[in-house]
Design a protein around this ligand. Sequence first.
Ligand code: CA
Length: 225
Amino acid sequence: MSPIVGPTVLVVEDDSGMRDVLARGLRRDGFEVITAADGHAAMAVTKRPDAIVLDIGLPDSDGRDLCLALRARGVDAPIIFVTARGNSVDRLSGFAAGGDDYLTKPFELAELVARLRAMLRRGRLTTADAAPDRALRVDAPTHQLMCGSQTVRLPPTEYRLLAHLLAASGTVVRRADLRAVGWPAGAMVSDNTLDQFIAKLRRRLTQVGSDEAIRVVRGVGYVLR
Ligand code: CA
């Protein structure tokens, strides 16, 4: 008699004690669990999880940058961020980065399981046309933009804007959404500033020899394709 295989959860957490507790607890609740201790390990996971538990404070990456990189490569599983209490990270920036839910440490395992089950029930609008074999990729720990063998390291804001455009997989991204992902909540970002960043990103794309370009959709935003 083979056991019923539950949904697969990827747990990205650098604290080994916490990681073990989560993995054991989730397995006991019927989940399949894959663990990763940092951003590099998470980027290397090949199995597509059904849900992701993502610590924001990783030794090599900001969890939100990792979320953007996973979304940019077509990972559309719901993501729940966990962060330490007292951390000044604002909730909004987690959602702007493509997260679906948010828990502050310490939390009860039962609470995490309830949130995971709710997210899995809701499912999400899958980006069926996401191209997994797309030439352009971003890496969270290094903030690199890659196209074939060409790489360029991006400053944080450029990384976040480009990763978000990539994650949209050919659909239009509103200017307000780019502001939310590139800058802290409440920051005043003029149209001119955003335009300057888009101009920089266009040069980066040329630099790595990308076929894709950022196009303006007048009155709406931008699209990368
Ligand atoms: Ca941590």
